[in-house]
Design a protein around this ligand. Structure first.
Ligand SMILES: [Zn+2]
Length: 408
C-alpha cells in the first residue's frame, strides 16, 4: 500500500494524460467557503521537530560523518539524480527510498567517495541545466525496505555536459556556482565621521533611524541613499520576514542570514518549477530576495494544477515542521512529495479508505488520500490526529505539483 492514488513513478504518466485535458472546461469559480479565520485554532501540541527527522524511514539509519565543501567555480564530475518536479535548494533536507538496483549502485559508490551527488529537476522533455549538490548524512539498506537515505542540499551547480550510461545512470560534468555575499551598499564610501551614529538595525524603526545616516553617506556618491537601500540584503530580509510573520508566529524557525533566508523562501513558497529554477539561477541573495518580495506582495490563491478549481490561499499555509510549511517527504514506494501543510482547504474529496498511520510523515497523525473534487486528480492527504490531546486535530498536506498559486 502506498500513499499515492496514482502509484506510477512520480505520477508522470497520469500527469501527461491529464495535461491533454488541461484546456479548462471548468468555469473559473474561486468563491470561498465562509471560513471565519478567527475561529481557526492555531494552538498546537504537536512537536514541530518531529517531521524533520523523517522517522518513517526507520530509526536504524547509519550516520555518516564529515562534510564536503566544494570550492566555488571548481569543475567536478557528479553522479546525477534527475527527478520530476523535485528541486533541492541549499539547506533543504531530502529524504529518499530507492529500490532500483542501478540507482542503489550509484548511491553506494557515492557514499564510498565524498557522499555528494547532484539533484536536478526533470522538466517535461529536458533536464534543467542547474541543480544543487546533496550530501548524504544518513543511510541504511534493507532488501525489503530498499535503500533509505537522508541528504542535505549544499551548493548550486551548472551542468556543462552529461554522460549517460545505461538507462538511468547519469554523470554530469558540472561547475560549482559561487554564492556571492555582498555587505551593505557603499560600505567603502562611508564617512568615518558618522561611525559613532551607526547601529546594527533589526526593526523597522531602527532601520528608519539609520536612513538619516545613510543619506549623509550618499551625499559623496553619485546616487541618493534610497537607490542603495533597494540592494541592502538586511533591509530586504526584514521585508520578507515581516511578510512571513504569519508562518513564524506559528512556530517555524525562519533563517535570519540573507542567503539562508532566500533559499528557505524559495523552498517554502508555492512556486512553479520555472520560478524555482529562476531563483536557483541567481548567484546572490539580493536578487533572490528582491524577486521573492514580489511573490509575497499579495495573498495568492491556490488552485488545482489540472482543472484550476479553487483549493485555498497562501495565508492558509502553516508549519507542521520546524523547517517550514513546505517539506520534502518520501513514501514507501520511493516517490518524493514536496508537501505543503495548510490548516484550511476546500474542493477536496477524501478517498473511501480508512485513515492510515503507515509510513506517516507526521507522527501521531493518520493520512487519508485527498483528490480534487472537480477532476479527481490526487492532491495530497488529510492528516487527522489519532490522540485526543493532539492539536491541531486535523490539517491538509498537499503535494506541490498538484496545485499552483495564482493572483486572485
Ligand atoms: Zn482538479
Amino acid at each position: 500500500m502506498t500513499m499515492d492514488a496514482n502509484a506510477d513513478d512520480d505520477g508522470t504518466l497520469n500527469e501527461l494524460e491529464n495535461s491533454e485535458n488541461r484546456q479548462n472546461n471548468v468555469e473559473e469559480d474561486y468563491s470561498e467557503e465562509n471560513t471565519d479565520e478567527t475561529s481557526v485554532s492555531t494552538e498546537s501540541t504537536f512537536d514541530l521537530t518531529l517531521p524533520a527527522t523523517h522517522s518513517y524511514l526507520g530509526h536504524n539509519l547509519e550516520e555518516l560523518r564529515g562534510r564536503t565543501i566544494l570550492d566555488d567555480g571548481v569543475y567536478v564530475n557528479l553522479p546525477l539524480l534527475a527527478k520530476k518536479s523535485v528541486m533541492l535548494f541549499p539547506g533543504q533536507t531530502l529524504p529518499m527510498t530507492v529500490f532500483d538496483a542501478q540507482t542503489i549502485d550509484m548511491i553506494r559508490t557515492c557514499i564510498e567517495n565524498d557522499r555528494t551527488l547532484g539533484i536536478v529537476c526533470l522538466g517535461y522533455n529536458k533536464m534543467v541545466s542547474i541543480g544543487t549538490t546533496a550530501e548524504i548524512y544518513e543511510c541504511m539498506y534493507d532488501p525489503e525496505q530498499g535503500f533509505r537515505l537522508k541528504a542535505k542540499g549544499r551548493q548550486r551547480f551548472k551542468i556543462l555536459g552529461v554522460i549517460i550510461q545505461g538507462s538511468d545512470k547519469i554523470t554530469a560534468q558540472v561547475q560549482v556556482l559561487p554564492e556571492i555575499t555582498l555587505g551593505p551598499p557603499f560600505l567603502d564610501d562611508r564617512l568615518t565621521s558618522l561611525n559613532h551614529l551607526r547601529t546594527h538595525p533589526r526593526t523597522e524603526e531602527e532601520f528608519k533611524k539609520q536612513e538619516r545616516v545613510e543619506n549623509l553617506d550618499a551625499v559623496v556618491t553619485p546616487w541618493p541613499g534610497w537607490v542603495y537601500r533597494q540592494y541592502d540584503p538586511l533591509r530586504l530580509s526584514l521585508k520578507i520576514r515581516q511578510r512571513l510573520h504569519f508562518i513564524e508566529s506559528r512556530g517555524s524557525s525562519i533563517p535570519e542570514e540573507p542567503a539562508d533566508l532566500s533559499f528557505w523562501v524559495a523552498q517554502n513558497l508555492v512556486l512553479d518549477d520555472n520560478e524555482r529554477i529562476a531563483l536557483l539561477n541567481y548567484d546572490c541573495a539580493i536578487s533572490r530576495l528582491q524577486r521573492e518580495i514580489k511573490y509575497l506582495e499579495e495573498d495568492k490563491i491556490f488552485v488545482c494544477s489540472n482543472c484550476d478549481s479553487y483549493i485555498g490561499r497562501q495565508s492558509h499555509m502553516f508549519p507542521m515542521s520546524k523547517e517550514g510549511p513546505q517539506g520534502t517527504y518520501c513514501n514507501s514506494a520511493g516517490i518524493i512529495h514536496e508537501t505543503v501543510t495548510l490548516y484550511h482547504a476546500q474542493g477536496l474529496t477524501l478517498s473511501g479508505s480508512p485513515p492510515s498511520l503507515e509510513y506517516t510523515w507526521f507522527p501521531g497523525y493518520a493520512w487519508t488520500i485527498a483528490m480534487c473534487s472537480h477532476c479527481y486528480v490526487h492532491m495530497g492527504w488529510k492528516f487527522t490526529a489519532v490522540q485526543n490531546n493532539l492539536k491541531p486535530k486535523a490539517f491538509w498536506g498537499l503535494t506541490r505539483k498538484s496545485f499552483k498559486s495564482k493572483k486572485k
